[in-house]
Design a binder for this molecule. Sequence first.
Ligand code: ZN
Length: 300
Amino acid sequence: MEKIELEDEQDIQDILSKYGDKSGFPFDNKTGLFLDESTPGANDGILAKSKEIWENKYDEKMKSLKNENKAKKAADSATSAVINKPYRNFSDNIDAYKVAEALGVRICAYCNENYTYVLRLKSKKITRPEFDHFETKKRHPEKQLFLKNLVPSCHVCNSNVKGSIDFGDGKHLNPYEYSFDDIMKFSIQLQSIDWKDEKNFKIVFLPRKKRSKLNCLAKGNIEDLKLEERYQMHKDEVIKIFTNANFYYKERREEINELLTGNRNRVLPLGQILFPDKDCSIKNTSLGKLKRDIIRLAVK
Ligand SMILES: [Zn+2]
């Protein structure tokens, strides 16, 4: 939910370039960009090859199946197998772990909910983030290995929720370009005074400023990643914070601190103990943004 900072961009791009070259996919070594269909010569590469496969498969399947829909489906899957080969080769290789490590995103860049750390034991691959194609491979095969199109994310965001939704429509926020945290904050919508009961409140997102374009992009992510619905699963965290804030209100914290230290003006260690996530790094803390925003709301 914070912007992904690229410290070793050239190193990462060098790793990704290896897969562009070998695949025969139209690729410009100098710029590090894939070429699209309109580039002269591009059709001599994999796009033309996949078209040929598509046509052969289609004819073949039509003869055996006599069912146009089934034939089209089979041909489509054969085409995408060819078109997506560069990414698949990368994804199966240890290099995908190296890129994820270089990005250093420990918590999903989209949701800040699930861990996406990289774990390798000697040469054994254990776990790494999935790479969501911000602009889908289907619509933009030429961007399948473009760094800023590979968002390190959790399985829920990438596969369960976003799936084949294309975010390259100008209605979504790319974590490589913007910090969602700067644009939206968590808040609470109370339906009754009794906040101790989960049924009586809702966790909501509020824009920090009146910036219609950025707010719209962030809302696109909230909607299509089902963030508001998913965060209702974390009401227990909100109740814990409000319970502490309610019992240990400012004057009581000061009294306890005075008893402990004899000095009312000292920085309260008790506050840090009760609300350790007040200034947490949300990049490194699961649900860090929710906890930090709600602490700021609840603790006076
Ligand atoms: Zn996620």
